[in-house]
Write a protein that binds this ligand. Structure first.
Ligand SMILES: Cc1cc2nc3c(=O)[nH]c(=O)nc-3n(C[C@H](O)[C@H](O)[C@H](O)COP(=O)(O)OP(=O)(O)OC[C@H]3O[C@@H](n4cnc5c(N)ncnc54)[C@H](O)[C@@H]3O)c2cc1C
Ligand SMILES: *[C@@H]1O[C@H](CO)[C@@H](O)[C@H](O)[C@H]1NC(C)=O
Ligand SMILES: *[C@@H]1O[C@H](CO)[C@@H](O)[C@H](O)[C@H]1NC(C)=O
Ligand SMILES: *[C@@H]1O[C@H](CO)[C@@H](O)[C@H](O)[C@H]1NC(C)=O
Length: 556
């Protein structure tokens, strides 16, 4: 249990909104040294529950949906969808309770009652936030976990689907695949990612060069706003509908469900997986890839996963970074070979490194560590991620001009590090459709002029502060090394690769205005100002708040 110091407390009072009754401030003042322990008993679970019951028409179920620390379901629920062990230590502040709504009315009640009880809400869909912002806060808070709201309804005739936020990408893909072999959806590769957070921040995957990001393909949504009111696209208005498609989760309301446009895919696609690990050859190929991948026809997505760290150690302990070339092609293997033969013969792909299958089968294979072997489609429904229990730190960059070969060599040397367990640099080619969608179409602003995106994905199992520091130092060092080679003024970043190093609101509640502008323009470019305007209009008391939420204009 975290001890609360006087300074923390004074920060806390400053953030208490005008909505918080004075009596609550009094409770906090009078509570013992441990805020979290004291408040979990003094929250008056009964009172809060009464409030929920009062605001919820189907009273029969709500008692089963509220999990306080005395319920054994609490820790299972708290820990299970937690994707990052850095934020599930005994010292991590825990919510006063977790609600798992099964009906929109429960969400409305949770918003109304949290407000009247001076509690903050954290919204969790798939729980993949890399900084744990969907389940950790330093203020009295509850978690609204959408795990029970995960239905997917596919309309093949209209080529649309309604998907609730608590569904995973895998569940969405699986349901689409069950209905049609020739429909797909352009979202992320990892099937355990939640729809709610993913769509809120953009959501890229192997179809992005053909169809853009997930948020580009959202055509309607259901949302509960800061007053607990329910909206669809029409009633929320175009400004708010714009903001929720890429402006980052947790700023504007609880998005309950999304209507998406499904996209056509051929009955058979081709995926390949080819490792290149000899230093000289791999560096040459990565260099060349920078000039080729973003100009290929948009039916071809050719990504590189560049792995290093101790897990890449070969016999004898020598660490060999590996560049895994991983294409998805919307066509057959012969066409792919012909294209690559013309545009990128150095890659030397063989047919054995590739396989034709349906799009849904390719999604299942990709989910299994980017292999091409067939996987049961049911694997897409598994909500436990491959690296469950590991710690993570991510960063991202966008590259507008090819790096020099010397720069690539510098990265290679760093990937040989003995100090870190496992790292992947995911090089994601842009171009194609991404270059034709205007920067302001939705808040996701990374469009024309971007050659590729880099995700720095660092993971480790070793516990303890020393291991964490060592890994954080490594990723900060390579990020600093990369400065000259990536986008500048601002150095842009992807909001779904959440990184509090690039600026954040004060975690105890004060908005740090300068920092909000810094992370805001990095994530959203020129769209940040419009996001601030929308935020100010729809949530003037800043009810939906977290370390990187969109600030109010009066605060800027
Ligand atoms: C293993 C792994 C693989 C990944 N692969 C990809 C990838 O291929 N492509 C890609 O683009 N990204 C990828 N990501 C990043 C991923 O898109 C983001 O972490 C995303 O925000 C996760 O969504 P979530 O619902 O699982 O997370 P959560 O932690 O539940 O939510 C993330 C944020 O959104 C808010 N939020 C959640 N639900 C809602 C809602 N219903 N309404 C409003 N706000 C909400 C949360 O409060 C939090 O701030 C990956 C992440 C991981 C861990
Ligand atoms: C949690 O415990 C309380 C008190 O025993 C009980 O009424 C409630 O139903 C439990 N909640 C769940 C989700 O099991
Ligand atoms: C919520 O409950 C109402 C009334 O019982 C019902 O009509 C509605 O379909 C439910 N909605 C969801 C999303 O479950
Ligand atoms: C690639 O092109 C060369 C020369 O144009 C040709 O000889 C070769 O068969 C082609 N290979 C494949 C796999 O298409």
């Amino acid at each position: 249990m975290e001890k609360v110091s006087i300074t923390k407390f004074s920060n806390l009072t400053m953030m208490l909104s005008p909505l918080v009754p004075l009596s609550l401030v009094f409770i906090v003042v009078c509570s013992s040294s441990s805020l979290w322990a004291a408040t979990s008993s003094s929250i008056k679970h009964e009172e809060f529950l009464q409030c929920l019951l009062h605001h919820s028409p189907d009273t029969s179920s709500i008692n089963k949906l509220v999990h306080t620390p005395i319920n054994s379901s609490f820790s299972t629920l708290f820990n299970f969808p937690t994707r990052n062990s850095r934020f599930s230590t005994p010292n991590t502040p825990k919510p006063l309770l977790i609600i798992t709504p099964s009906n929109i009315s429960h969400i409305q009640a949770a918003v109304i009652c949290s407000k009247s009880h001076g509690l903050q809400i954290r919204i969790r869909s798939g729980g993949h936030d890399f900084e744990g912002l969907s389940y950790v806060a330093y203020h009295r808070f509850i978690v609204v976990d959408l795990i029970n709201l995960r239905s997917v309804t596919v309309d093949v005739e209209q080529s649309t689907a309604w998907v609730q936020s608590g569904a995973t990408l895998g569940e969405l893909y699986y349901k689409i695949g069950k209905k049609s072999r020739t429909l797909g959806f352009p979202a992320g590769i990892c099937p355990t990612v939640g729809v709610g957070g993913h769509f809120s921040g953009g959501g890229y995957g192997s179809l992005l060069r053909k169809y853009g990001v997930a948020a580009d393909n959202v055509i309607d949504a259901y949302l509960v706003d800061a007053n607990g009111e329910f909206h669809d696209r029409e009633s929320m208005g175009e400004d708010l509908f714009w903001a929720i498609r890429g402006g980052g989760g947790g700023s504007f309301g609880v998005v309950v469900a999304w209507k998406v446009k499904l996209v056509p895919v051929p009955a058979s696609v081709t995926i390949c997986s080819a490792k290149r690990s000899v230093e000289e050859e791999a560096i040459k190929l990565i260099d060349r890839w920078q000039y080729v991948a973003n100009k290929l026809e948009e039916d071809l997505f050719l990504a590189i996963l560049w792995n290093g760290g101790k897990v890449s150690a070969q016999g004898g302990g020598k660490i060999n970074p590996i560049a895994l070339f991983f294409p998805l092609f919307l066509g057959n293997v012969n066409e792919l070979m012909a294209i690559l033969n013309k545009t990128f013969p150095e890659l030397g792909f063989t047919k054995e490194e590739c396989k034709e299958k349906s799009w849904i089968e390719s999604a299942a294979s990709a989910a299994n560590r980017f292999q091409i072997e067939d996987q049961p489609l049911e694997a897409l429904l598994n909500r436990t991620p491959i690296n469950h229990g590991s710690s993570f730190k991510l960063k991202s960059d966008y590259v507008k001009e090819p790096m020099t070969k010397t720069a690539i060599e510098g990265i290679w040397k760093r990937l040989e590090s003995q100090d870190i367990e496992g790292v992947t640099l995911a090089l994601i080619p842009y171009g194609g459709r991404m270059s034709r969608i205007s920067e302001s179409n939705i808040p996701f602003s990374h469009r024309a002029g971007i050659l590729y995106q880099i995700g720095y994905i660092l993971g480790w199992d070793e516990k303890g502060v020393e291991a964490e520091e060592r890994h954080l130092n490594w990723i900060r060092e390579i990020y600093s090394y990369m400065t000259p080679f990536v986008s500048k003024s601002p150095r842009t970043a992807y909001v779904n690769y959440r990184d509090l190093d690039i600026g954040s609101n004060n975690k105890y509640g004060k908005i740090n205005y300068k920092q909000a502008c810094v992370f805001g323009s990095k994530y959203f470019g020129n769209n940040f100002n419009r996001l601030v305007k929308v935020k100010t209009k729809v949530d003037p008391y800043n009810f939906f708040w977290h370390e990187q939420s969109i600030p109010l204009s009066s605060n800027l």
